[in-house]
Design a protein around this ligand. Structure first.
Ligand SMILES: NC(=O)c1ccc[n+]([C@@H]2O[C@H](COP(=O)([O-])OP(=O)(O)OC[C@H]3O[C@@H](n4cnc5c(N)ncnc54)[C@H](OP(=O)(O)O)[C@@H]3O)[C@@H](O)[C@H]2O)c1
Length: 235
């Protein structure tokens, strides 16, 4: 089995690489980072430096990897050094919105485009992306976080639409949108104050949950939006 984990240097991404190496000791793992290669290494993990927001980079990555069974995209952003998620309309900013879409939505499209021909050749291909429950339109009670919510809703729509094409063209494949729950990483660090007790998860426990979901998912589940505990989320 060969697994590609995109954004393998992130909080959840690195935990996914480490947990996949432990859970599937015979698998070959491919993992990407953007700037800084993690100091953690493993004999079965091959690292690639890739900016997955760039079409040419994703195309080049697909040309370096011969075979893939699972592709898991863990790339995402909520805030930058300069700007946090918007609390109100007056804080909307065109550049921040575009950057958020570029990081949270675009890589899924590029990865699907260049890796579907490879995944198609697997006996049981799986394409999973880490989304977020706040991308659910019907679950939105609080408002705010305009760019992040919109980018994850767009990602969800992309994954659902892709699952319909896969249902026709890659019938044995499974496409999943996954919500990790609030996880203790750099992304959530400034927003952890109000997380209820027991609801801030470690990257390791989230990675175990998400890998179990991916492993157990079948083509009948394709197009689902799942939380870490297997609960089906509303779009
Ligand atoms: N943590 C949570 O509570 C939580 C909750 C719901 C959903 N999520 C989702 O889970 C996923 C993983 O998040 P995380 O918590 O592990 O965050 P994280 O530790 O900040 O990791 C984010 C990853 O995305 C990459 N990335 C960020 N900006 C990028 C850019 N401009 N271009 C390319 N790559 C970029 C990072 O690479 P660099 O380090 O090189 O920038 C890193 O690999 C994200 O999609 C996030 O939206 C997280």
């Amino acid at each position: 089995m060969e697994i590609l984990i995109v954004g393998g240097n992130g909080g959840i991404g690195l935990a996914m690489v480490q947990q996949a190496a432990a859970r599937f000791p015979h698998a070959r793992l491919h993992a990407t980072y953007r700037k800084q290669k993690p100091s953690w290494s493993h004999p079965h993990v091959i690292w690639y430096r890739v900016d997955v927001t760039q079409d040419a980079n994703v195309k080049a990555l697909s040309e370096q990897i011969e075979h893939v069974d699972w592709l898991v995209n863990c790339v995402g952003m909520l805030h930058t050094k300069e700007k946090g998620p918007e609390k109100n309309l007056s804080s909307l900013d065109a550049d921040f919105f575009q950057q958020t879409i570029m990081v949270n939505t675009l890589p899924g499209l590029l990865l699907a485009k260049y890796f579907t021909p490879k995944l198609k050749r697997s006996a049981a291909p799986k394409f999973a992306a880490i989304s977020a429950k706040v991308g659910s339109i019907s679950d939105n009670q609080l408002g705010g976080w305009y760019s992040y919510r919109a980018s994850k809703a767009a990602l969800n729509m992309f994954l659902k639409t892709m699952s319909i094409e896969w249902h026709r063209m890659v019938k044995h494949g499974t496409v999943l949108s996954l919500h990790p729950g609030t996880t203790d990483t750099a992304l959530s660090a400034p927003f952890q104050a109000n997380v209820p007790e027991g609801k801030l998860f470690t990257p390791e426990s989230v990675a175990k949950d998400l890998l179990r979901l991916i492993e157990n998912a079948t083509p009948q589940d394709s197009g689902a939006f799942w939380a870490y505990d297997g609960a089906l989320l509303a779009w």
